[in-house]
Design a protein. Sequence first.
Length: 268
Amino acid sequence: MFEFDFMRHAFVGAAVVSVLAGTVGWFLMLRRQAFAAHALSHIGFSGAAGAVWLGFPPLSGMVVFSLLAGFVIGAEREGERGIPAQRDSTIGLVLAASLGLGAWFLHMSNRGSSLATTLLFGDVLGIDVPTLEALCGVAVLCLGLLAFLGRRLLFASLAPEVARARGVPARLVSVVFMAVAALACAACAEVAGALLAFSLMIGPAATALKLGLGPLAGIALSVGLALGLSWGGLMLSWVTDAPVPFWIGLGAALSYALADLWQRLRSR
């Protein structure tokens, strides 16, 4: 398996994305922004289609579109208790507009079916060295911003009113975090595709939170599960010839189901 360059690139790329997905996904679930992660990965699809139409690498389009959407979502005015009053409505409208643009970009590029399949379901086995370098750069940037914002972000997520009273710039923190989430979603789409990047971002994090772990243990478990899903998906795909995103999505659902079962058994 590892005698081929494309498999080595795939495992390294999956590892980089898993660390990023597990960390960012934990904060997304803590802040109850799972729908935002779902939307950002789909919005990245439209950006990738636009980049292909203009002759640029798909990852660059994913990053630009996801970042713009992240800024729009994060900059929304807050309502009561620090929760944006129309957050889901804003996300839905941005998502609808971006998907319309994506369909138009595919039409203009004259590469509809094959390109759409690649962008929607990913091509982890097609990761080359420049893409791998770009993923590493995105991961370093995102994790660095999270390390800088970590305490403020955790405070604003758990107790937004108290955080604002203590002088935490909650809106700025929200905008920066959504930008980080947008970059993470774009990176995850390289492994699991725009449709199933959501499973790699949310599945492990939801499992960790379901078990009631603290921040450090929860993030560590989330990263570990994401890594297990991505690497396990690659190995199972090699053996069975089933797509990698299939195994990632199935594993994410199974891990959450097992965590839920464990909690039910403990409560009894």
